[in-house]
Design a protein. Structure first.
Length: 324
């Protein structure tokens, strides 16, 4: 499923005969198509005033309203609904629903989609009763925690240099957990990764830094569900999974720039960055130096690479993130 969800203001499931002709327009101004996200996606869409028809999709959709309120007149389950959509209001549309809506003014929608397999895999890993572990249609949902996740994903979509796809996957996994109303049930299981398990996960990350890492394969190394693995990893390492992976990539790239003979573009690829500017972005953010400046340290006979200001990445990361 590589298609990206159209914008959604409300879901409807009317009879086919009740569907009026489509008259509105939607223009995607941002899309995740080129970001390497798999099993989920997002786009920012400008939606014109007018009547819109939404066909049934095979994936689940969430449309989050952005900006000034608009009045939406909808047809849902053959019943008319009129409501005011405000900034952050979200509609959750499970796979298979279709419908129509009419907005009285132009608006912007942040639309997120999840493949059914992605959502089902996440749901299966939660300690929930089967009747509770379902994505249900919800309209004009106002949930502060879900909004926080949605805005973080939107920032990732709009960033000039996006983070590792692992970060977007973490956000979307958390969104699905929030939508089904479940968090891993508290029990007497361990609260951190066992030392051998942590070592195995870290070794796997280090051995595959040049590849696209996913939460599913990392959790498999620990023989845990993705939600449980994310929580235990953070408690064990002190940082979220995606942050640790980016940190390790920057550390390896720094070492290769200081001591290697490869080009900066090749080092970027060998350490898992999308391209050279992606690597430079994260080096600047976490180390405060550019690849060119690190090359200068390496080429200066009087310099000691181990003593440069960026040598303690963990401290640099903590200092910079604390000031954000």
């Amino acid at each position: 499923m590589n298609d990206v969800t159209p914008a959604v203001t409300s879901a409807v499931t009317p009879a086919a005969s009740a569907l009026a002709p489509h008259s509105g327009s939607r223009i995607a101004v941002r899309s995740s198509r080129t970001l390497g996200w798999q099993g989920f996606g997002a786009e920012l869409v400008n939606v014109s005033a007018g009547l819109h028809r939404m066909p049934a999709f095979r994936h689940h959709r969430v449309g989050v309203h952005v900006g000034a309120p608009v009045t939406a007149r909808c047809l849902c389950d053959a019943h008319p609904h009129t409501r005011i959509q405000a900034h952050g209001d979200a509609d959750v549309i499970p796979a298979g629903l279709e419908g129509q809506w009419n907005d009285d003014a132009a608006c912007t929608i942040f639309s997120v989609w999840f493949a059914d397999e992605f959502a089902r895999r996440t749901v299966e890993q939660l300690s929930l009763k089967p009747a509770d572990a379902q994505l249900r249609p919800r309209f004009q949902m106002r949930d502060a925690r879900f909004q926080h996740l949605a805005w973080a994903l939107r920032a990732e979509l709009e960033a000039d240099d996006a983070s590792d796809p692992l970060y977007a996957e973490s956000l979307c996994t958390a969104m699905v957990v929030r939508l089904v109303g479940g968090m891993p049930a508290p029990d007497n299981r361990r609260r951190t990764l066992a030392p051998r398990t942590a070592a195995r996960v870290i070794e796997f990350i280090d051995a595959h830094l040049d590849q696209r890492l996913t939460l599913t394969e990392l959790a498999a190394q620990a023989q845990l569900s993705v939600p449980h693995f994310k929580a235990l990893f953070r408690e064990t390492l002190g940082v979220p999974v995606h942050q640790y992976v980016v940190q390790r990539r920057v550390e390896r790239a720094r070492t290769m720039l200081l001591h290697g003979r490869l080009s900066a573009s090749q080092i970027a690829l060998d350490t898992g960055f999308a391209h050279q500017s992606h690597m430079a972005h994260w080096m600047g953010r976490l180390l405060g130096v550019t690849p060119r400046e690190l090359r200068g340290v390496a080429s200066d006979p009087a310099s000691d690479p181990a003593s440069d200001p960026a040598s303690d990445l963990a401290t640099t990361w903590e200092t910079r993130e604390a000031g954000r």
